[in-house]
Design a protein around this ligand. Structure first.
Ligand code: NAP
Length: 528
């Protein structure tokens, strides 16, 4: 049986950097990946319009200055194909593929107490033993497929945005239904509407979306960023989201109505996702939040010609409690004569019938259904595997009432197991690539520490984990982000415990906490 120092699950941004870093630190490492190539999220999500809503100059690795100097981004927001090419380039540049087994989905990981090793097994029966295991399985990687009655009798085709066919799809002349109006739907709907003969959108909850204002990068723009890249990256780490954008002021309520409106108009034009930072209190104070929610609702009414469609598209939740979306021509798409919006908030989808989707007593006939229904977020991938820790404890059982973790990096009962972007880490609330690099660097420093001190195991202690969970809960509750059902809370998956999973304290506070723990001799961890 193969034996390595570190086994890594997943070959997306997290797994690839973990592999590179472990090698650099002199550890042997091997990656297992379910897909047939690198890329993670960017390998699986190939739906039309898929691109990152963090600007390309930020959404990339910073661990190697030559890499960030040589790569050429072409647009303000990179498309999925461009990001995938970038990840493939990284894999080639650092010769990573030779230590990755593809088409290998990990089904189990078992802690072997007697010799302090993880035994990791793939679905195909391959086994590997390792001193350490890093779960780089992605917080949004397990598609959520609602169990609609009658789906098995549908005579058309079905797709999930997160499992899009590699060869792409052509909807020309077809009647398409899209279920869901989150980020994936909002990016794909305008393009599918241009191709399909008819598009029916089934909306359960209206979402806030801001124009991406995407554009090709101007001549000299990327070069100017590259000239100060290290400075820019360092600056970003002082910001809660790691994106260096300052609010126009501390409170939306401290300025006149005219000034507030002017700020929103300016930020609406080209700030994209960072629109949420227009004033520092938008996500914390109800009245401040009302001002921005009203502004966007008014925008929707000004763009969408039919007032009743505009009213359906206008969100009722507080702004930002579901993750904000960024779009190109989303609201405008509902002015097209081949697009129908079906409100399924009060009368949910009853069932799928052979010819389409039944809502109330109306059947919406379609040739294809696209499930843009999101993910079993943050815990889904790890809960799917049989991860058995100390004394036979299974991770999915430990998490069945509430996911718990120390820093979103380590879990009590699971020695020598590390999670990247686990529950309790900032994860999707910061630039994910920056968050990943921070986690991998922390883990590699930890492994070096164990090596230097002749230690063989490290495990998060229960009291430290409990305190972190409680602290994360308090921070989460202080924000309006926890004010409605969302994947942040696990509320999108029936039966999943409701806990605000990402850490909301912001990157600087989180990174400082991680560093302090190290300075204090890894307090909250037991090392033996
Ligand atoms: P999502 O935000 O969870 O949206 C899923 C959608 O499906 C929601 O509108 C949801 O309605 C709907 N839905 C689920 N079950 C349903 C049911 N039984 N009946 C009717 N509607 C149902 O998923 P997503 O759009 O894939 O995005 C997930 C996350 O991935 C994003 O928040 C973001 O973090 C990331 N992402 C980022 C980008 C980007 O960078 N641009 C793009 C895509 C995704 P409810 O709201 O009522 O539950």
């Amino acid at each position: 049986m193969t034996e390595v120092d570190v086994v890594i699950v997943g070959a997306g941004f997290g797994g690839l950097y973990a592999l590179h870093k472990m090698r650099q630190c002199g550890f042997t490492a091997h990656v297992y990946e379910a897909g047939d190539d690198v890329g993670g999220t960017w390998y699986w999500n190939r739906y039309p319009g898929c691109r990152c809503d963090i600007e390309s100059i930020h959404y990339s690795y910073q661990f190697d200055n030559d890499l960030q100097q040589e790569w050429v981004w072409t647009e303000r927001y990179a498309t999925q194909p461009e990001i995938l090419k970038y990840i493939q380039h990284v894999a080639e540049r650092f010769d990573l593929r030779k230590d990755i087994t593809f088409n290998a989905r990990v089904k189990a990981a078992t802690w072997q107490e007697n010799d302090a090793r993880w035994l990791v097994e793939t679905e195909a029966g391959e086994k590997v033993r390792a001193k350490f295991c890093i779960m780089a399985t992605g917080p949004l990687s397990v598609p959520n497929m609602p169990k609609f009655k009658g789906l098995e009798n549908f005579t058309g085709e079905t797709f999930h945005t997160g499992l899009w066919p590699q060869e792409g799809l052509d909807f020309t002349g077809k009647r398409v239904g899209v279920i869901g109006t989150g980020s994936s739907a909002i990016q794909s709907i305008p393009l599918i509407a241009q191709q399909a003969s008819h598009l029916t959108v089934f909306q359960r909850t209206a979402n806030y979306t801001i124009p991406a204002a995407n554009r090709p990068l101007k001549p000299g723009e990327l070069e100017a960023v590259k000239a100060q890249y290290p400075k820019l990256r360092a600056l970003g780490k002082n910001y809660p989201t790691t994106i260096p954008v300052d609010p126009s002021g501390p409170s939306a309520l401290a300025v006149s109505d005219e000034d507030r409106e002017r700020v929103y108009e300016e930020w609406w034009k080209d700030k994209g996702l960072m629109f949420q930072a227009a004033f520092a209190d938008l996500l914390f104070v109800d009245e401040a939040n009302d001002t921005v929610s009203d502004f966007i609702r008014n925008k929707i009414h000004s763009i969408v010609e039919d007032p009743s469609i505009a009213a359906t598209l206008a969100p009722k939740n507080p702004f930002g409690c579901k993750r904000m979306c960024v779009d190109t021509d989303y609201y405008k798409t509902f002015n097209r004569s081949n697009v129908t919006l079906v409100d399924v908030s009060d009368a949910p989808i009853d069932r799928i019938v052979p010819s389409g989707v039944l809502v109330g007593d109306t059947t919406h006939d379609v040739d294809a259904i696209i499930f843009a229904t999101g993910y079993d977020a943050m815990t889904g991938a790890m809960a799917k595997m049989h991860i058995r820790g100390r004394d036979g404890l299974v991770l999915r059982d430990k998490w069945c009432k509430a996911p718990s973790s120390y820093l979103g990096i380590a879990v009590n009962g699971f020695p020598n197991l590390f999670t990247i972007n686990g529950p309790g880490s900032p994860s999707a609330l910061v630039n994910m690539v920056t968050g990943i690099e921070h986690h991998v660097d922390w883990i590699s420093d930890c492994l070096k520490h164990l090596r230097e001190t002749g230690s063989s195991t490290i495990e998060a202690e229960k009291p430290a984990e409990d305190i972190w969970v409680e602290h994360s809960r308090e921070v989460g509750n202080a924000s309006l982000r926890s004010a409605c059902d969302s994947w942040y809370l696990g509320a999108n998956v029936p039966g999943k415990p409701r806990v605000f999973m990402p850490y909301l304290g912001g990157f600087p506070a989180y990174a400082e906490k991680c560093a302090t723990i190290v300075r204090n001799g890894y307090n909250g961890f037991s090392i033996s």
